[in-house]
Design a protein around this ligand. Sequence first.
Ligand SMILES: [Zn+2]
Length: 396
Amino acid sequence: MSPVTSTRRRQVAAFILLLVEAALFALLVTESLAGAIVAAAITCLSFWAHLVLHECGHFVAAKLLRLEVVAVHIAPFNGWRNHVSVRPAPSSAALPLRMVLFYLSGPVVNLCTATALVAATALTSTPFTRFALFSAAFLAALLGLVNLVPSPHSDGRNLLTWLSAPTATSAALRAAYYEEEIDRTLRTISHGEADDGRLGDPVRDGNDTRLALAAFQRRWSTGQARSATDFVADAERLAALAHADSTDPVTAAAIGQALSVQFGLRYLYAAVVTRSPVQHREAVEIWELAQLGSQVRPHELAARVAMSLAYLLNQRPEQARALLLDVRAGVDPPDLCSVAFLLRAIAECHLGNHAEADTHIRAAGGGYPQLTQVVATIQAADPVLPLSAPAPMAGI
Ligand SMILES: [Zn+2]
């Protein structure tokens, strides 16, 4: 049985159980079979209403708190994937408080509904109506409280995360958005090429090299399970394949570009955001991979982006700038142009040309907010932030 079928069967079973229980209780209270069936039906329908109200609570809160809503799913009885997804800007004001209010809003709406329903029972004296109101109130309170329990994907879990570690959660959000920007850059570089049944396998010596690159990108693209150790080990195997004599130059160049950009952008983030400049050995590796990446078509923008990033991480802003003097917006892929403009802005910052840096930040547009913020941090720092540890690289 597939997990989906199994989950759906459990849901149907739970729903039937709820219906039967409600009918039995209703029978005890109303002492009339017809009344019991109607009361049970009302109870069960109220559950659907509580689910909708719960998500409406999140939705209205998101709007009031100015959190960008990216998805709204309200599909009761068709899986439990009801949710309102938001995409908050990590640097926005009072974000932890707003996220706490957002996650509280759904359960609070259920608990307020329960209170209102209990209060409404005072207005009626008929057993049937009182039963229907009480049972609906019970379900509302149950839904609100169950959602506050910290289980996977529950509001309670998210609340706990934002309450217990607000700074770390904001930082993790920012890092995750930055990873998405890296992924987008890599997709532009690889032109979305290569899809195959063998993709997704770990990179191993002896694999077809082109497939190994595609497998690597697929395995480590945003949204998949990540283990930092596995990721680095996989990347090292791929780098070894790229350097091997048996690998054809075009594939080696593709791997060189992808790895130098992926790791180069990560090191840039670490140097600026977590203030841990790239180590000499890592800077050398990036430079070697970027060189490999520009051995076939050195004038292609992807190759120049990879090389300029390597120069920046090796404290050579002049060379980085020289490679990015001619970026043809409208000819080269727009995403890659944005990254190129932002790297050029970093080079200009390190060369003391702040007005030029501003021009290129504007030219990049707003498509890479996290990378733009990294550049803005470099620009605002005085003295200019070092990107790599002091030891200069010989031979560049
Ligand atoms: Zn919720």
